[in-house]
Design a protein around this ligand. Structure first.
Ligand SMILES: C[S@@+](CC[C@H](N)C(=O)[O-])C[C@H]1O[C@@H](n2cnc3c(N)ncnc32)[C@H](O)[C@@H]1O
Length: 251
């Protein structure tokens, strides 16, 4: 991903320090319960698209037969170490076709990186293509037009094994007429007595809630929007739990 975010390429080594796996424990338990409630007992087959470092997946992997897909080899390397029982594959959530079906498909925060309605449609088609009839698609975007207030500024300091990372996250909506927002990260990384400062820009999608609803319906899902209490920035977030209709294309 040469022109994509540095955080998933040359700065991917910062990910475990910036957002460690233990931060995802409660979220993992919530998703496990939600899936168990709907899929029943056993060891269902789970596909995660945009797995990143596999930090969330770490709290699911023991309960599922899991497959993980991401664009970034550097991020998947973290997940391979953390989740050795999971099958990993490089791929784009908009186009990947594994030729197999699953009981559930999950797209966590990676879905933020889809910036147009066509991108969303393509990812929903990927999810649909990998689900058995009646299977579940779970999507958890961070932002909506209704919940995002520009500018949003956050900062945090994390320490581990003698290294220290402080990052500042600055998100704005430069053009309210398009479906994108921009986040600039400044990383201050101190290790072995040396301070490195790095800047990284991420462009992510911003859509009204009704757009999500409409596109999911058009893509052959029955969508349910549940309150999701794991907001990173204090604004409301939602878990979309979508059932694949029995007949593909029958919205
Ligand atoms: C914030 S990270 C995900 C972190 C993950 N939730 C975890 O628990 O470690 C976002 C990920 O989305 C991936 N990504 C972005 N666009 C993608 C696409 N079109 N297809 C697959 N992965 C994508 C990036 O490579 C990155 O690894």
């Amino acid at each position: 991903m040469p022109s994509g975010p540095r955080l998933y390429a040359d700065l991917a080594h910062l990910w475990p320090l910036m957002s460690p796996p233990e931060d995802y424990e409660d979220e993992g338990a919530c998703l496990r319960n939600e899936l168990a409630k709907r899929l029943g007992s056993g060891r269902p087959r789970l596909l995660e698209l945009g797995t990143g470092g596999g930090h969330l997946l770490h709290h699911l992997a023991g309960h599922f037969e899991a497959t993980a897909v991401d664009l970034s080899d550097a991020m998947l390397a973290h997940s391979r170490r953390l989740n050795p029982g999971v099958t990993h594959q490089i791929g784009d959530m908009r186009t990947v076709r594994l030729g197999e079906t699953f009981d559930a498909v999950l797209i966590h925060d990676a879905i933020d990186y889809l910036k147009t309605e066509d991108d969303l449609r393509a990812a929903f088609a990927t999810a649909r293509a990998h689900l058995r009839p009646g299977g579940l698609f779970l999507a958890i975007p961070d932002d909506y037009v209704e919940t995002f207030a520009s500018p949003r500024i956050a900062h945090e300091t994390r320490r581990q094994d003698g290294a220290e990372l402080t990052y500042v996250e600055y998100s704005t909506d430069p053009d309210p007429n398009d479906t994108e927002i921009e986040t600039v990260y400044v990383f201050f990384f101190r290790e072995n007595g040396e301070l490195r400062v790095e800047v990284d820009r991420h462009t992510t999608g911003l859509f009204p809630i009704r757009t999500w609803d409409r596109l999911l319906l058009e893509s052959g899902f029955e969508p349910e929007r549940l309150d999701y209490p794991f907001s990173e920035h204090g604004a409301a977030t939602y878990l979309w739990v979508c059932t694949a209709s029995r007949h593909p294309g029958a919205a």
